[in-house]
Design a protein around this ligand. Structure first.
Ligand code: PLP
Length: 363
């Protein structure tokens, strides 16, 4: 491995994909046209033209669109608004690790819904609801889930909406990878199917640059005022300058080609990951075969302690995220998330071969 560490840890985009020159052009245009507005404090919902653009795209009203310093910041605000200590919140199992941290901080009780090839197990969800557990909301990443890579099947989305109406809980859908589909057809989003029940969060972090910290939350009308208020009390407003840069980027017609370029860059890396898994891990693990996104979720066949696995991998020049961080209840020892977008094909193959060696040495 040439003495270099291969990082199979955070799912960040490679810096080579950042459209730095174009962002500079947008920044200078925005400062020339809207300098006074974007350098001043503003209403907490954010830069109106971008909110109008997102409202058009999602068939909602600009008032329902709240911009934040990344989407995670808005999820935190929503949790502060609706979750009291000991309230139940349902998540997928595994799920993105940071919302688990936010929920724990709020004192929520978190129930993980086991994942299947086509997304969360809706029978399990139904049983928990029939037993009388009443979540305030379900947090779900329906498209190319972080960390498993799965897409939630349309029939399951319908069933979840039915249950949300029957048992009166919100659905929070988180879609940062939705537009990074390398093959196959898009599935209807929850927001498209049930705008009165759904909060949709997403961001430009994976499409333009995470450093801009421009995320959004689209909320049913009754929640918009209270969320805008808590946003104002917490951060006053997120960066109008960055929001206006994103708006300008879209206005100039640069977002679609940027996304197309990302797909051309990432698809071969996904294919390389799947091929390397076949070559090296066929007898050691099972994995999901995603059609998009940033991650391939892998489950090792044999029991292993995640801490030991991480340590041994480190000694072999490989950084792994502890699989347990994605599970609300401490499971996840055998789970390995493989982010592929920021690695070269060579690093992917060497990394997966190295991982196979470590797993064999523990077996
Ligand atoms: C599922 C999911 N949600 C939210 C985020 C954070 O997004 P943002 O940069 O908009 O805060 C990430 C980042 O990796 C993610 O994977």
């Amino acid at each position: 491995m040439d003495g270099q560490v291969i990082k199979l840890t955070r799912g960040t985009p490679p810096t080579s994909t950042f459209p730095t020159g174009k962002i500079a052009e947008c920044a200078s245009a925005v400062l020339a046209q809207h300098g006074d507005e974007v350098l001043q404090y503003g209403p907490s919902r954010g830069f109106l033209p971008l909110r109008e653009e997102l409202a058009r795209e999602t068939n909602t009203k600009a008032d329902q669109v709240i911009l934040g310093g990344g989407s995670l910041n808005l999820l935190d605000l929503f949790i502060r608004l609706v979750v009291k200590p000991r309230d139940w919140v349902f998540v997928e199992k595994p799920t993105y690790d940071r919302p688990l941290i936010l929920l724990r901080r709020a004192g929520a009780r978190v129930r993980g819904l086991p994942m299947e090839e086509d997304g969360l197990n809706t029978r399990y969800l139904t049983q928990r609801l029939e037993e009388g557990v009443r979540p305030v909301f379900l947090y779900v990443i329906p498209d190319f889930q972080n960390p498993s890579g799965t897409v939630l099947a349309l029939e399951k989305r319908h069933r979840i909406i039915e249950l949300a109406r029957q048992y009166d809980f919100w659905i929070v859908e988180d879609l940062p990878y939705r537009k990074l589909r390398y093959r196959g057809d898009e599935v209807l989003s929850f927001l498209e199917m049930a705008p009165d029940r759904v909060l949709q969060m997403s961001s430009f972090s994976k499409l333009i640059s995470p450093g801009l910290r421009v995320g959004h939350l689209i909320v049913p009308e009754p929640l918009a005022g209270p969320l805008a208020k808590i946003a104002e009390e917490t951060t006053i407003n997120a960066s109008y300058l960055n929001q206006a840069i994103v708006y300008e980027f879209i206005e100039r017609g640069w977002l679609e080609p940027q996304i197309e370029e990302l797909k051309v860059t990432y698809q071969p890396l996904l294919d390389a990951t799947l091929a390397s898994l076949e070559d090296h891990m066929g007898d050691l693990a099972t994995w999901h075969r995603p059609d998009g996104g940033f991650f391939v979720g892998t489950m090792l066949n044999a029991p292993v302690d995640a801490g030991v696995l991480q340590q041994k991998a480190h000694e072999a020049g490989l950084l792994l995220t502890d699989g347990r961080t994605f599970f609300p209840d401490g499971d996840g020892d055998r789970f390995v998330r493989l982010p592929f977008c920021a690695l070269s094909e060579r690093e992917i193959d060497e990394g997966i071969a190295g991982l196979a060696g470590v797993v064999r040495s523990l077996g």
